[in-house]
Design a protein around this ligand. Structure first.
Ligand SMILES: NC(=O)c1ccc[n+]([C@@H]2O[C@H](COP(=O)([O-])OP(=O)(O)OC[C@H]3O[C@@H](n4cnc5c(N)ncnc54)[C@H](O)[C@@H]3O)[C@@H](O)[C@H]2O)c1
Length: 339
């Protein structure tokens, strides 16, 4: 049995608990949140026997093997480091840290501790992106010339996911003082992983970030609303391709649309996760002249929670690990520096 603790028991933690409860050989043993009532309610819902309000107390308890860290971004590093030092395996939410130096420190600490360390780039759960990796890396699209990737949300415009003006879980995402890198850190991080996983690293980029005024006075309660809510990146990949990568929270009509198009000298592929997680379309060979796109079934892939547990069980670490998290964090730093 792998004994799991969940640190940070807000919105996303429910997904973690539900996924672990579906995996054989995993037992949820502890919930930890600085808000005791939230942790208690979470523990009751998921039938977790032990509740703590700080990581130190969780570590004193000690009877667990692995942790999902689902705290807000600015707490990832400070809460993960002591867990690693205690020899616990960690699946940490994205972005891994607040900056590249902290992310690298986490990766090195995890490596030194000899534990499994994964970062929850959850769009790796789509088998389509693994098929894209395979097609690009095996050269089936020829030389990649051009890449277009986008992540579109609309929660600043719609109430599809609740009212951002009244809920802490949305307000901290709009405030740099509360450790948010805005759209860049929240969903830009996903689309950067999504684009660079199949195509390879970005060598050079420029970036525009914009914060549109969400409310008059640009402050709600303790939250100054200053984090960017739209980003556009122009990228040069190490393999020579050019890329346009963008994300926004103002995309009316799109709740959560992740899309990628890769154009090569011998073919192209396109993924739209609104349409399918497990298939992509490609245009290659005799279809190139007519511009016909064919659908390609991409099969199934284990999700991040399964990857984490399997890595612990087999002792063979999967990807994306903390070093990958740090690599993407470097791009976030670059985007902020050049914006
Ligand atoms: N991978 C994904 O697709 C995905 C989706 C949603 C959120 N996330 C990430 O998950 C994390 C949490 O997001 P959320 O939407 O659940 O936020 P949330 O605000 O709903 O929940 C965070 C919880 O952490 C608790 N917390 C804060 N500091 C803590 C500490 N030091 N120790 C223990 N608990 C602490 C808060 O009280 C809160 O209950 C963020 O990093 C976010 O980027 C990832």
């Amino acid at each position: 049995m792998i004994r799991m603790a969940i640190v940070g028991t807000g919105g996303m933690a429910h997904r973690h608990a539900e996924e672990y409860s579906r995996i054989e050989g995993v037992e949820l043993v502890a919930a930890c949140d600085v808000r005791e009532d939230v942790a208690q309610a979470f523990a009751e819902k998921h039938r977790i026997p032990n509740v703590f309000t700080e990581v130190e107390a969780l570590l004193d308890f000690g009877a667990f093997d692995a942790v999902s860290n689902v705290t807000p971004d600015r707490f990832h590093s400070v809460t993960t480091l002591p867990l690693l030092q205690a020899g616990k395996h960690v699946l940490c939410e994205k972005p891994l840290a607040e900056n590249h130096a902290d992310a690298l420190r986490m990766a090195e600490a995890a490596q030194a501790a000899g534990v499994v360390h994964l970062v929850n780039f959850s769009y790796r759960n789509a088998s389509a992106i693994h098929k894209a990796y395979e097609l690009v890396q095996s050269g089936q699209l020829g030389t990649v010339m051009h890449v277009e990737a986008s992540y579109l949300q609309s929660w600043l415009v719609s109430k599809a996911w609740g009212d951002w003006k009244t809920e802490d879980k949305w307000l901290w995402r709009l405030s740099t003082q509360h450790g948010s890198k805005g759209t860049l850190g929240d969903i830009g991080v996903h689309i950067l992983d999504f684009a660079t996983y199949p195509v390879g690293p970005i060598e050079e980029l420029s970036c525009s970030l914009k914060t549109f005024p969400e409310v008059k006075g640009t402050q709600i309660g303790e939250y100054p609303l200053d984090a960017n809510d739209s980003m556009v990146i122009s990228a040069r990949f190490a393999n020579g391709a050019l890329g346009a990568i963008h994300a926004t929270r103002w995309a009316t009509g799109h709740h959560n649309t992740v899309a990628l198009r890769i154009f090569g000298s011998q073919g192209s592929l396109r993924i739209n996760l609104d349409q399918s997680l497990t298939s992509l379309e490609w245009c290659t060979g005799e279809n190139i002249d007519s511009g016909t796109w064919e659908s390609l079934d991409c099969g199934a892939t284990p999700n991040m929670y399964q990857r984490f547990i399997t890595s612990i069980q087999t002792g063979v670490s999967d990807q994306p690990d903390f070093f990958r998290g740090a690599e993407i964090q470097k791009l976030l730093d670059d985007c902020e520096r050049f914006a």
